[in-house]
Design a protein around this ligand. Structure first.
Ligand SMILES: Nc1ncnc2c1ncn2[C@@H]1O[C@H](COP(=O)(O)OP(=O)(O)OP(=O)(O)O)[C@@H](O)[C@H]1O
Ligand SMILES: [Mg+2]
Length: 323
């Protein structure tokens, strides 16, 4: 990854850290992003998660100077993105994979990027290979690309300048399961080599499997943030019983709070406490486990409950979950 030579790295700020500080965006009277603050650190994948319309894309556009913030600021290594002299060498950006010039071929898109950033042409072939776009596909015009191919080209473009930071808005959109699996591996490896990754998604399972840090956003506001472990910590247990209502009553009698969740109950109590109550009351359990990955799903639905469009269903798209 390149060192920033033209912009001196400040001593106090890691030069590949993104700091979003009190960012607010209003469109007329509408508040699209409301006082959002978070950081994305090197060596970590930060997942920006929220339902449709939560404000993810708007925040990311503000991060790279495409949309002006109404209040607050974003700095990258202490600098505003527009002040970076050769931003593509420092920050790889994929905001809208369909935004490429439709009449250009994939190869032309990457070649123009390489020329603009002062890179050797061999980098174009390296990136095509990396994202598995064949030489013949690279000769086709972008308008004839499938969504997944556009996404691969967008990822190739973001990585072209060997940046230390990646800002990717819904990078898994349009990728097939094998493509999502590939991208996850690519981004994990990138972070393990010290890169900073900020990616957004409205699909919980996708983010959950790749991110170290999670930022949950709903209605423009951050509703929770922390490491995956922190967000899951003390989330208790998930239990399914044949006699669900009896279990609920028995738990309440013991002073243990539990709420219906899907077919079962979710409680802040530990699995062992719930198991004991069930045993004492001769209740048949079908499932009892610490609220792990599924707990995050419950947390996501709970935290964004008033941001969800479909309040009648707790189903979350599971693409990515099966990989
Ligand atoms: N230029 C604009 N003018 C007015 N409202 C806008 C504009 N851009 C975004 N918004 C509104 O801001 C809110 C947040 O939009 P944004 O695109 O950031 O959501 P998102 O979290 O990226 O959603 P999705 O998951 O659907 O991509 C939405 O209500 C949207 O309609
Ligand atoms: Mg968006």
């Amino acid at each position: 990854m390149p060192q920033m030579d033209a912009v001196a790295a400040p001593n106090t700020v890691d030069w590949s850290m993104i700091t979003v500080d009190g960012v607010t965006k209003t469109y007329g009277a509408f508040l699209a992003v409301d006082d959002v603050s978070f950081t994305c650190r090197p060596g970590q994948v930060t997942g920006f998660l929220g339902p449709n319309g939560a404000g993810k894309s708007t925040t990311m556009r503000i991060m790279v100077g495409l949309t002006p913030a109404s209040r607050g600021r974003v700095t990258i290594g202490g600098h505003r993105y527009p002040d970076l002299p050769n931003p593509g060498r420092h920050v790889g950006v994929l905001l809208d994979a369909s935004a490429q010039h439709a009449g250009r071929t994939g190869r032309e898109v990457l070649t123009i990027g390489a020329v603009t950033m002062g890179l050797s042409m061999s980098r174009v072939d390296e990136m095509l290979e990396l994202v598995s776009l064949s030489q013949s596909e690279a000769k086709r015009r972008v308008k004839n690309y499938s969504l997944g191919m556009r996404q691969r080209l967008g990822i190739a473009h973001a990585l072209l300048g060997d940046p230390a930071i990646l800002i990717l808005d819904e990078p898994a959109n349009g990728l097939d399961p094998a493509g999502i699996h590939w991208m996850r591996g690519l981004l994990r490896e990138y972070a393990e080599h010290g890169g900073t990754v900020c990616l957004s998604s409205h699909l919980l399972h996708e983010v959950e499997r790749i991110a170290d840090e999670l930022i949950l956003i709903g209605h423009g506001r951050i509703v929770a943030q922390g490491t995956k472990q922190e967000l899951l910590h003390a989330r208790g247990a998930y239990v399914r019983a044949v006699e669900r209502e009896e279990l609920l009553d028995a738990l309440h009698r013991e002073g243990i709070t539990a709420v219906p969740s899907g077919d079962g109950l979710r409680s802040d109590a530990e699995a062992i406490q719930i198991g004991r109550v069930a045993a004492t009351n001769n209740i048949t359990l079908v499932e009892l486990r610490p609220a792990d990955s599924a707990g995050l799903e419950e947390l996501f639905l709970e935290l964004t409950a008033d941001s969800q469009r479909d309040t009648t269903s707790v189903a979350v798209p599971t693409e990515g979950a099966v990989i």
